[in-house]
Design a protein around this ligand. Structure first.
Ligand code: NAP
Length: 300
């Protein structure tokens, strides 16, 4: 078997087009422009790249982008005051604090100071609780992107065995909640799971969010399963020259693609969907704040 490649890059481009159409309608019909504020504390190079690319794509879909860059030694009260200001700013519909934060800042306190209605990352404890109880919430962008691709590929997911490898608050747990919401039979595997290969081989839908390069190979996969690879790992690539690197997922793509029915590549799978879903969440937050109908295909 050779797996169908689920093209996250193309899917994300399509989501961004749909967001841009809705933004144009909101702006044209009501004079309202959705706005996303991104707060970056410190100089982490990877975070700087993410923030730049989020800002660029926000503007490309016709939204306002507000970037707030604060120094590494920003006191907690200064950051909290900025978030309060953004909470009260009617031009700001979404607020994202880029993680990780420097060590002296309390991540939980900072995230939970964001107005839950503007929490487009979906990490606020209220949104976590709403998702867990099957209520309307802001859904974390990475698992939301995975679910959109799964729904597009499968139609109904009802009754399928889903295994999520990884139990982080930002990917594994919300992913499992979303799959449960789709009536999958969900197993969450993690570093203490026994006979994890056999657990994974039972999955019709396998989501890998581990952070270990190419850990899951073709022997772990049920023939015909759909594999969503969330992992983004940079590894040495001596074949490309001295000191060169390349990105790989948590799944060994070449062996997995021989067994799976469908698979997301890395890069070009889940990654592009994450920013597209951030834009979708900002649009949804703007619609909710103004009492407009939500774009149904962009919410769960
Ligand atoms: P994380 O917080 O480090 O969590 C990793 C999870 O994997 C933990 O639950 C851990 O189990 C589990 N794990 C570690 N080693 C394992 C093993 N040998 N066997 C089974 N489970 C194991 O990572 P994360 O933030 O969820 O991210 C996971 C991956 O997704 C990373 O590669 C990250 O870069 C990527 N990511 C991608 C996007 C995107 O936009 N595509 C977004 C977010 C994250 P324990 O809980 O037992 O320790």
């Amino acid at each position: 078997m050779t797996a169908t490649i689920i093209d996250g890059k193309a899917f994300a481009a399509n989501v961004r087009v749909r967001v841009a159409e809705q933004v144009a309608a909101l702006t044209g019909d009501h004079g309202i422009k959705p706005g996303l504020a991104v707060v970056l504390v410190g100089e982490d190079p990877a975070s700087q790249v993410y923030v730049r690319s989020k800002g660029k794509m926000t503007v490309e879909v016709g939204m306002n982008s507000f970037e707030h860059k604060l120094p590494d030694d920003t006191p907690e009260n200064v950051l909290l005051a900025l978030i309060q200001k953004l909470n009260n700013d009617p031009q700001v519909h979404g607020i994202l604090v880029q993680l990780p934060l420097p060590d002296h800042l309390n991540e939980g306190l900072v995230i939970n100071s964001i107005d839950p209605a503007k929490d487009v990352d979906g990490f606020h404890i209220s949104n976590v609780g709403l998702l867990a109880t099957g209520q309307k919430s802001m859904v974390p962008c990475t698992p939301l992107g995975c679910l959109m691709m799964l729904r597009e590929h499968h139609g109904s997911l009802s009754g399928l065995n889903a295994v999520v490898v990884g139990r982080s608050n930002i990917v594994g747990k919300p992913m499992a909640q979303l799959l449960l919401g789709e009536s999958c039979t969900v197993t969450i595997a993690h570093s203490r799971t026994r006979e994890i290969e056999a657990v994974c081989r039972n999955a019709d839908v396998l989501v890998a969010a581990v952070g270990r390069p190419e850990m899951i190979n073709g022997n772990w996969i049920k023939p015909g399963a759909t594999v969503i690879d969330v992992g983004i790992n940079r590894v040495d690539a001596p074949e490309k020259g001295d000191g060169k690197t390349r990105l790989v997922g948590d799944v060994d793509f070449s062996s997995a693609a021989k067994v799976a029915g469908a698979i997301t590549p890395v890069p070009g799978g889940v990654g592009p969907m994450t920013i597209a879903c951030l834009l979708a969440n900002t649009l949804v937050a703007c619609c909710r704040a103004n009492g407009f109908a939500e774009p149904e295909e962009l919410v769960v």
